[in-house]
Design a protein around this ligand. Structure first.
Ligand code: PEP
Ligand code: MN
Length: 339
């Protein structure tokens, strides 16, 4: 961290902030000239909020030179993290991992039809929300515990691992029993109580990017889980809110490159919630593979017209199968495998 004092600041003001930082066990490296007072703060500054230091009089600018996240950062761990899921599925290496399924778990029959089909097409995990975060309290809220049980049953039948969203910390024991990957939804990305509680779990966590979260805020949320001891985190870019209305959200595809520079954690893309339109999913998925994402989470439904949620962005079974063929064709050129 570098602190620059105002031109008209006094020696006393300088000494006050330096003493404060020394008391906190930081080393101070002064690089002042006759013109300007500037000094570096050496040590673990990850817990220090630069904006707090403006409380000291005479401070002109505080600049962070290291990231505020530590365990999640590429400088902390150079090698890519590879997360073991189940049945030999690993994410973060050369396998492009596909998570597919409906937005919501609606019935046993629905889940069986979709799971069998996506498995046949080459998907690795089955998705499906049992607890649905809906904008309206009158919209379908999910089958809850029944939904979790159905997911486990169909997962066992088909050999697909399960990923589903957790709404609150009190449900962690239940999710640990029924689920292989616990999803933190976009709306909960900064539910710090939930993140802390998930730090105590050993299950892999799929951490979606918040609707308006910066990449740094998102990685700080990963840091929350990691600080608690759970380092099995998969990041998921699912589109961010912008002024654009044509698509549901704006897919920030460059976030994949940014995250891969800043962090060692694997990152996947959710083109479904990003675009909100089924006819855009295939091309966005190919773009995700090309940009270097480690996988996808895609909404698929056997009867999207009658889906209880997100039918407009769900691929029909044959369209998903086609998507898998297209991904398969280009994957080897990119040094990845899909099936
Ligand atoms: C979902 O995956 O079903 C979902 C609700 O996604 P998000 O949290 O990204 O909106
Ligand atoms: Mn959905």
């Amino acid at each position: 961290m570098i602190i620059q004092m105002k031109k008209n600041s006094t020696k006393k003001e300088y000494e006050k902030i330096v003493d404060f930082l020394k008391e906190k066990k930081f080393e101070i490296k002064d690089v002042s000239s006759d013109e300007i007072r500037v000094f570096g703060v050496i040590g673990d500054t990850s817990w220090l909020d630069p904006s707090d230091l403006y409380a000291f009089e005479g401070v002109r600018e505080v600049t962070r030179v290291s990231t505020p996240f530590k365990k999640a950062s590429r400088s902390f761990k150079k090698k890519d993290t590879i997360i073991k899921i189940k049945n030999g599925i690993e994410i973060g290496g050369d396998q492009f991992v596909i998570m597919a399924g409906p937005c919501s778990v609606e019935s046993e029959e629905q889940m069986r039809i979709i799971a069998k089909s996506v498995k046949k097409s080459g998907a690795h995990l089955l998705r499906g929300g049992a607890y649905k975060p809906r904008t309206s309290p009158y919209a379908f809220q999910g089958l809850e515990v029944e939904g979790l049980k159905l997911l486990k049953k169909i997962g066992d039948e088909t050999g697909l691992a399960i990923v589903t969203e957790i709404p609150s910390a009190d449900l962690i024991p239940l999710f640990e029993e029924y689920v292989d990957v616990i999803q933190v939804g976009a709306r909960n990305m900064q539910n710090f109580h939930l993140l802390k509680a998930l730090g105590q779990s050993k299950k892999p966590i799929l951490l979606k990017r918040g609707l308006s979260a910066t990449i740094e805020e998102w990685l700080m949320s990963a840091e929350y889980i990691m600080a608690g001891g759970n380092e099995n985190i998969i990041l998921c870019e699912r589109g961010i809110r912008t002024y654009e209305k044509y698509t549901r959200n704006t897919l920030d595809i460059s976030a994949v490159l940014a995250v891969k520079e800043l962090s060692h954690l694997p990152i996947i893309i959710d083109p479904s919630h990003a675009a909100g339109r089924w006819n855009m999913i295939e091309k966005l998925s190919l773009a995700s593979l090309a940009v270097g994402a480690h996988g996808l989470i895609v909404e698929v439904h056997h009867d999207p017209e009658h889906a209880l949620s997100d039918g407009a962005q769900s691929l029909k079974l044959n369209k998903f199968s086609h998507l898998m063929d297209e991904l398969d064709k280009v994957s080897s050129v990119l040094g990845m495998k899909v099936r």
